[in-house]
Design a protein around this ligand. Structure first.
Ligand code: DGY
Length: 314
């Protein structure tokens, strides 16, 4: 019997599917939306590999549905907070992710959110589109400068460093706070001195609600918070309170604690001083193809008896 590979979507940009199909029988969840865990489990028995997205539920139940044949779970995402890593380790299953594919694209989006939030592009565009603008006025649509401002990066991995490189072109002073970097500043210093605080940490039990009411109160009243990491890193209620009360100037959010959001929109989306996008940090044709291709490469490595090229950190 040929090896079986499960993919949690029916199509991917790039060459992942045809290359996997050369090496194995591919069974795909037939859709573009996130499958229900029970639907995925029904397709899993006997597969050797699963190609999943960062928002799929990859838990012990799915691993057990696949059974002892399952050797690799390859995510087409950088984040892996959706995977039960302990369950995977206990079952000897390799989990891989996609470093090196999406940092520049996600940094572009982080910078877009910085600019949009500071310069109030959402409110200005909405006013224009609703016919609310007729002429130039000295006091209308005033925002805050990005050039020359101080940028504080929390986390200092590939994406944060890519944001820092962009900031140099805007003559910004850049601070960062991270557990591993030697020139990291204390979190309290970063929060007090930054005009823009941008989040670049994975979601873990330690980073859950890393930014809450206390941290927001420690930021400047003119500060902007930007999150392209994971929604759970921010206490969203505290953020909403802080923006509404003017304790910080604005926010730019690409990620939310509750995804998918559906029609029941988060109040964050409707807040004029918060610019929001629907988890599109890595959403360019070439980057999404590179992510899926790397996930397929990891599966092909394991099927060929080689170590996976980008396992998640141990
Ligand atoms: C990532 O790669 O982690 C993105 O958030 C998409 O899942």
């Amino acid at each position: 019997m040929r090896t079986r590979v499960l993919t949690t979507r029916e199509s991917f940009p790039g060459t992942a599917l045809p290359r996997l199909a050369q090496a194995a029988d591919v069974v795909s969840w037939p859709g573009t939306d996130k499958p229900a865990p029970a639907d995925l489990a029904a397709l899993a028995p006997g597969v050797t590999a699963i190609l999943a997205l960062g928002n799929d539920t990859v838990d012990a139940a799915l691993m057990d549905a696949a059974g002892p044949s399952l050797r690799v779970i390859a995510l087409a995402s950088m984040g892996y907070d959706n995977v039960d890593r302990v369950a995977a380790a206990e079952r000897g299953i390799t989990v891989t992710h996609t470093p090196g594919t999406l940092a520049e694209t996600t940094a572009d989006l982080a910078f877009a959110l910085i600019l949009a939030a500071r310069r109030r592009l959402g409110a200005a565009n909405a006013s224009l589109m609703s016919g609310g603008w007729d002429t130039f006025r000295m006091h209308e649509y005033l925002g805050l400068d990005v050039h020359g401002a101080t940028l504080g990066l929390i986390g200092y991995g590939q994406i944060a460093r890519a944001v820092a490189r962009r900031a140099r072109g805007f003559d910004m002073r850049v601070l960062h706070h991270s557990r591993t970097s030697p020139d990291s500043v204390p979190l309290a210093t970063l929060l007090a001195e930054s005009d823009i605080v941008s989040l670049h940490v994975p979601l873990t039990p330690e980073t859950h609600h890393l930014i809450g009411a206390r941290e927001l109160a420690a930021m400047k009243p003119t500060a902007t918070l930007v999150n392209t990491a994971r929604g759970g890193v921010v206490d969203e209620e505290a953020l909403l309170d802080a923006v509404r009360a003017g304790r910080i100037h604005s926010a730019g959010l690409d990620v939310f604690a509750r995804e998918p959001m559906g029609a029941d929109l988060s109040p964050l989306v409707k807040e004029p001083n918060i610019v929001t996008t629907p988890h599109i940090g890595s959403a360019t044709e070439s980057t999404r193809a590179a992510m899926a291709d790397l996930a397929a490469d990891n599966i092909l490595d394991v099927l060929a008896g080689r170590p996976a090229r980008t396992p998640i950190p141990g």
